[in-house]
Design a binder for this molecule. Structure first.
Ligand code: GLO
Ligand code: MG
Length: 348
């Protein structure tokens, strides 16, 4: 099928998606690949965008002077350019430092909140130097283990203060909030895309604040990822995605896209395709983990497979017979439509 209007999707993943297999109950099971080695994998695996944390670019960022930070970023910029890659996003990693134990922007301690803001500004400096305008906020520890520990209303104000400060710091950046309902905290303050978009509209530059939806995070919130995407798409605020899969309500599994529920994956591809996602340069991001059992030499398969599954399902979305679908809808024959979709997915 060749048609000039068809979106040519571009794919991204983060260096943390090729990892050593450690989990809370056991140590790494595979030797690391260096960052330079990982950069070499991207194109061969079918990817052109890199999702970065600030310290993926500048390790030990807190110990670096501004000049060192810029210098290291220039080195990485050259490396990725040489490999024909672009930085899709840069995200401040605000969940590993001792000053972020009880949250970063929402910590009860003002000097810890200041640290979070300063770190975010450094992240923006890095993004500028690597020519990326997108800052992602995965609000990892912005929540609590128990309700009484923090003031949930005040926390929303702190989050807005942080977002507004970043918007002022650089008039060219866009901020994408990546919601998640739990893990590492028991409860997060911004658990769904609706919460994220509420913050966007309350900010001082709503046109520069949007969202990133991760499939597994929506599922953990008990929601359907494609409907979450539809909500953000309506608001023109879906600026990135982290596609993956998740088997029910447990830890964030980051399974290969479509590996748990193919139809749920199909509907994510369908809603993106039908609403023009990607036409303004948005990437199809993956956030998938290699299974712990996978040998090191074949520990990038989950990335290739997730991308392939997306492309297979894209073909399914594009070949759905609209007239047939419309007939079922007009007759309110949901049973018929349901079975038509199943047969289409099964290739019947
Ligand atoms: C964790 C998140 C995390 C973010 C990443 C980019 O659950 O999905 O992987 O996507 O830090 O901000
Ligand atoms: Mg993610």
């Amino acid at each position: 099928m060749s048609n000039q209007n068809l979106t040519e999707y571009r794919f991204s993943f983060g260096p943390w998606n090729i990892h050593e297999g450690a989990d809370p109950f056991g140590p790494p099971v595979r030797d690391s690949f260096t960052f330079d080695e990982k950069v070499q994998f991207y194109r061969a695996l079918g990817f052109v965008g890199i999702q970065f944390h600030d310290d993926d670019i500048v390790p030990d960022i807190n110990d670096k002077t501004h000049a060192q930070l810029i210098q290291r970023t220039q080195t990485v910029k050259q490396l990725i350019t040489d490999h024909g890659l672009t930085a899709e996003i840069v995200a401040p990693r605000l969940w590993e430092d001792p000053r972020t134990i009880d949250g970063a922007y929402t910590s009860n301690n003002p000097s810890e909140r200041d640290y979070a803001i300063e770190r975010s500004k450094r992240c923006i400096d890095i993004a500028n130097e690597i020519e990326c305008r997108i800052i992602v906020l995965w609000l990892a520890r912005e929540g609590t283990y128990i309700r009484e520990a923090k003031n949930s209303a005040r926390a929303v104000g702190y989050l807005l203060d942080a977002i507004n400060t970043m918007l002022d710091y650089d008039p060219n950046i866009r901020i994408l909030i990546e919601p998640k309902p739990n893990e590492p905290m028991d409860q997060a303050y911004i658990p769904t895309i609706g919460h994220a978009i509420g913050l966007a509209y309350a900010s001082k530059a709503p046109e520069r604040v949007g969202g990133l939806i991760e499939s597994a995070h929506a599922i953990l919130a008990g929601l359907d990822p494609s409907d979450e995407m539809g909500y953000a798409l309506y608001h023109k605020k879906l600026w990135s995605v982290h596609l993956n899969d998740q088997n029910g309500l447990k830890f964030d599994e980051d399974k290969a896209f479509g590996s748990e529920n193919l139809r749920r994956a199909f509907n994510q591809v369908r809603v993106l395709e039908e609403n023009g996602y990607g036409k303004n340069g948005e990437f199809v991001g993956l956030d998938v983990k290699t299974m712990r059992t996978q040998p090191r030499e074949i520990s990038t398969k989950h990335l290739v497979h997730s991308r392939e599954t997306f492309l297979h399902l894209l073909e399914k979305a594009r070949t759905l017979e609209r007239a047939v679908e419309q007939q079922f809808i007009a007759a309110r024959d949901d049973e018929g439509l349901d079975f038509y979709i199943l047969e289409h997915l099964l290739g019947k």
